[in-house]
Design a protein. Structure first.
Lengths: 222, 388
């Protein structure tokens, strides 16, 4: 064991297909919850912007959810969703994503300049129409910033799902640990990091594409 | 016409923003509400498009109480321009301008064609339309703001300190632009500002407000400057109101001595080129022939203020009257300008003497050989306001 090298390349070569499957599984388990979180966070965020009194209680609830250890939530869910099902892992991850996304959307909506809001009202937008057609698009850079945090943390958290039998690349860590064989562990770390970087870059690209007017925030001018 | 009929606004905490105002804003004219901050002028403006609901009285738009109209519909028929422009950051300039047409359900092509027309109308290059608001200067953003307000051709335009956030030179340009647009479009404009200079320059009628939306004076700019209702209004108008009033009177009132009747004034002679364009004043007693700049004015388009300014700036004390091509048509001495100033310019006799008194004071400082620096400073403002 002492002379076990950090990486045995032949193992990686022999298991490329297996690693690919784990990576795909991991991406689905980690990123679908972010998508669900987004789909929930947008209407909730709009509701909070329209009825500001909603926000404080909602934010408190999601902060508490965010503070719960993932493993504990998995264990609680197993009796209802079963062992080694995607739902067991994805339900808590959805709430974690929501906890990150809701405040960024609400902050983004609040950061819309008053002049923009007033101009929209004065031109004949009703409150909901203004929120969806003017304020939400203006808040897009915030939303994407929130998505970047949510996606990366979800990719990292998803590996814990291996403890309940559904963790994508997280399974490599358990496997390597049980066999005192570090190669899968290293492969898992590298693949998770690569997935996180790829998703992050994709989101940066999406921002450039969807919000070209937001480059000013970095002082880049045109 | 917009009519404020005892319109008042009391906030829920009991503070009174506007006590209850009666005011007619005539169709096709610019009415300026001017007053210190907190006088209720913005509140009044927003009552018109129901962004503020009056707690007493009514606001009538062409005879209809605006409270009976659906807010979104009402607003789509009223242009609105605010200080920070309030352009939508995520939309290109062309789509910003087309906002109200889109809301009215025009198809995209028609709305954009209309927006392109407006871009040109406010003096912006067509390629500006493809940019995002953050890529424009403050002055350009305001022009887009004005274009956006005009997009659906609303008969009424509300403007809330639209030019306050840009520098003075740009502001003067935007004011000229608004006057030019108004001469073509004849909108019913309600304009709010804290800048009396701007109020006098733009308004067909100026409403000076004091606290809680009470009218201190309602008058045309000339009457306001020459006959302020009381000391408070006079103080608000500022010390040089007499001089500024000249900016409202046509320079054509000055009697011009034709070029053929001579170009000599004392020891000075005006030199012209072959085209009769002024080259400068020559001091005939000087050993070396040296040219001193000749200040001129256009009798047909400039104001008395510009004529006086030209006379003050000239070493000979003589303004040169120019035609559209910059050729001298004649000369006007300080005395000729002062004679024109003394003639009644539509004001009452009692206030005329007041105007003269202040004007004399202003020219008095410049009767020496060189106009001093304060006169130059006034001269520059005079030049800038010359367009009216």
């Amino acid at each position: 064991m002492d002379d076990e090298p950090i990486v045995r390349w032949y193992w990686i070569g022999d298991h490329l297909g297996y690693l690919g499957n784990l990576l795909a599984d991991h991406a689905v388990i980690a990123l679908l919850p972010v998508l669900f979180g987004l789909l929930l966070a947008v209407p909730l965020g709009l509701a909070c912007a329209r009825f500001p009194r909603l926000y404080q209680p909602l934010a408190a609830v999601f902060n508490i959810v965010y503070a719960l250890p993932a493993v504990a939530v998995f264990m609680l869910l197993i009796p209802y969703t079963g062992l080694a099902t995607q739902a067991t892992v994805m339900i808590p991850l959805t709430f974690y994503a929501l906890a990150v996304l809701l405040p960024t959307i609400v902050d983004g909506l609040r950061a819309v300049p008053d002049a923009v809001r007033q101009a929209a009202t004065a031109m004949g937008y009703g409150p909901w129409h203004r929120l969806t057609a003017v304020e939400l698009p203006s808040a897009l850079p915030y939303l994407i910033a929130g998505l970047r945090v949510a996606a990366v943390s979800s990719i990292s958290l998803a590996s814990v799902g291996a403890l309940v039998g559904r963790g994508g690349l997280g399974y490599l860590f358990m496997d390597g640990f049980q066999r005192t064989f570090p190669t899968p562990i290293v492969a898992g770390i590298v693949l998770i990091a690569a997935l996180a970087v790829a998703v992050d870059l994709a989101l940066v690209g999406a921002r450039r594409l969807l919000a070209p007017w937001a480059v000013r925030e970095k002082g880049a001018g045109r | 016409m917009i009519r404020f009929d005892g319109a008042g606004k009391r906030h829920p905490d009991g503070t009174i923003a506007v006590e209850g105002l009666d005011l007619d804003v005539p169709t096709g004219r610019i009415t300026v509400l001017v007053g210190p901050s907190g006088c209720g002028k913005t509140t009044l403006l927003r009552m018109v498009n129901r962004m503020v609901e009056p707690t007493s009285g009514r606001v009538l738009l062409d005879g209809t109480d605006v409270a009976e109209l659906e807010p979104a519909k009402l607003r789509r028929g009223i242009g609105y321009v605010i200080q920070q422009a309030g352009l939508f950051p995520h939309r290109k300039v062309i789509d910003n301008i087309a906002t109200v047409p889109y809301l009215l359900g025009w198809d995209r092509k028609k709305a954009r064609a209309r927006a392109a027309e407006l871009l040109e109308l406010v003096g912006l290059a067509p390629e500006t339309g493809k940019r995002y608001p953050f890529q424009l200067s403050g002055g350009q953003q305001q022009r887009v703001g004005v274009a956006r307000a005009l997009a659906a051709d609303p008969p009424v335009l509300l403007m809330d300190e639209p030019f306050s956030a840009v520098d003075p030179v740009v502001r003067a340009g935007l004011q000229d632009e608004l006057l030019r647009l108004q001469s073509e479009l004849h909108k019913t404009v309600l304009f709010v500002t804290h800048d009396i200079e701007e109020a006098v320059r733009l308004g067909d009628q100026v409403v000076v407000l004091r606290g809680q939306g009470r009218i201190a004076q309602l008058a045309d700019p000339h009457t306001l400057l020459t006959a302020p209702a009381d000391d408070d209004v006079a103080a608000f108008l500022g010390r040089d109101r007499g001089l500024r009033g000249l900016g409202l009177r046509a320079a054509s009132a000055v009697t011009v001595r034709p070029v053929d009747d001579g170009l000599r004034y004392g020891g000075w002679e005006l030199a012209l080129d072959d085209e009769r364009r002024p080259i400068g004043w020559i001091d005939r007693d000087a050993v070396a022939a040296e040219l001193h700049p000749a200040a001129g004015y256009r009798p047909d388009t400039d104001t008395l203020r510009t004529a006086l300014d030209a006379a003050v700036l000239s070493p000979a004390g003589v303004a040169v009257a120019l035609d559209a091509d910059g050729r001298a048509t004649g000369t006007a001495s300080r005395e000729a300008v002062l004679t024109a100033l003394a003639a009644p310019g539509g004001a009452t006799g009692g206030t005329d003497s007041e105007t003269d008194g202040e004007t004399d004071g202003a020219t008095g400082g410049a009767t020496g050989d060189e106009p001093d620096s304060t006169d130059r400073a006034t001269g520059q403002t005079g030049g800038a306001t010359g367009g009216r």
